[in-house]
Ligand binder design. Structure first.
Ligand SMILES: CC(C)(COP(=O)(O)OP(=O)(O)OC[C@H]1O[C@@H](n2cnc3c(N)ncnc32)[C@H](O)[C@@H]1OP(=O)(O)O)[C@@H](O)C(=O)NCCC(=O)NCCS
Length: 175
């Protein structure tokens, strides 16, 4: 299961061969500004392993993004299960290399993931969990039609804003 390619981006599963690119992405201090710290190479490997497990268990996870124009590595984007206040929620996540930021790529990729979630996956509730100060990430959530659902703390006590999109459930009553 993969999101449909967009006008400018393609999705593919992460593999062990992506360690170099993922370590560069997740080890970048700008990309990790709203995380406790940039990830080490070993942590980037753990990120890949987590996504391999996600593909096996759920059929989806974070995917690698490339440009359709020349195949450049852009970052990752995809769907994972997260826990918020003891509740399991489906989340769209995204990380884009600084050289590719500000081109609308995260918004374009997140839209494709949302289509997959609400379509083939059959989700009725999709979230984006964001540090309140992370304005670019908040804008991506807003651009794909999400609204602030709650403001709370993550497992480590850090503030988070939970954006969500709830698909309306159609009434089956004939009245
Ligand atoms: C969040 C992130 C994925 C957005 O990627 P992107 O491809 O640049 O996003 P888009 O181009 O679709 O733009 C989304 C918004 O971010 C803004 N933005 C993008 N780059 C920016 C920058 N360097 N500084 C300030 N704002 C920026 C855009 O202007 C846009 O907002 P607007 O529509 O109001 O103008 C990217 O900034 C990133 O990788 N950040 C670090 C990782 C991260 O925090 N991920 C989210 C974890 S919840």
């Amino acid at each position: 299961m993969l999101p449909e390619p967009t006008e400018r981006l393609t999705f593919r599963r992460m593999t062990g061969a992506d360690l170099e690119a993922m370590a560069e992405l997740l080890g970048n201090p700008d990309v990790m500004r709203y995380y406790p710290r940039p990830k080490s190479r070993a942590e980037a490997q753990a990120w890949i392993d987590w996504n391999l497990a996600n593909y096996a268990n759920d059929g989806f996870g974070l995917w690698v993004l490339h440009t359709t124009s020349d195949g450049s590595f852009v970052g990752d984007c995809g769907l994972t299960w997260q826990e918020v206040d003891g509740r399991r929620v489906l989340e769209i996540g995204y990380h884009v290399l600084p050289a590719h930021q500000g081109k609308g790529y995260a918004t374009e990729a997140a839209r494709a993931c949302l289509d997959l979630a609400l379509g083939p996956i059959g989700a009725t509730h999709v979230t984006a969990i964001v540090n309140p100060d992370n304005l670019p990430s908040r804008r991506v959530a807003e651009h794909v039609g999400m609204n602030v659902e709650t403001m709370t703390l993550d497992r480590d006590g850090r503030p988070i804003v939970v954006y969500a999109l709830q698909r309306p459930v159609r009434s089956v009553s004939g009245s």
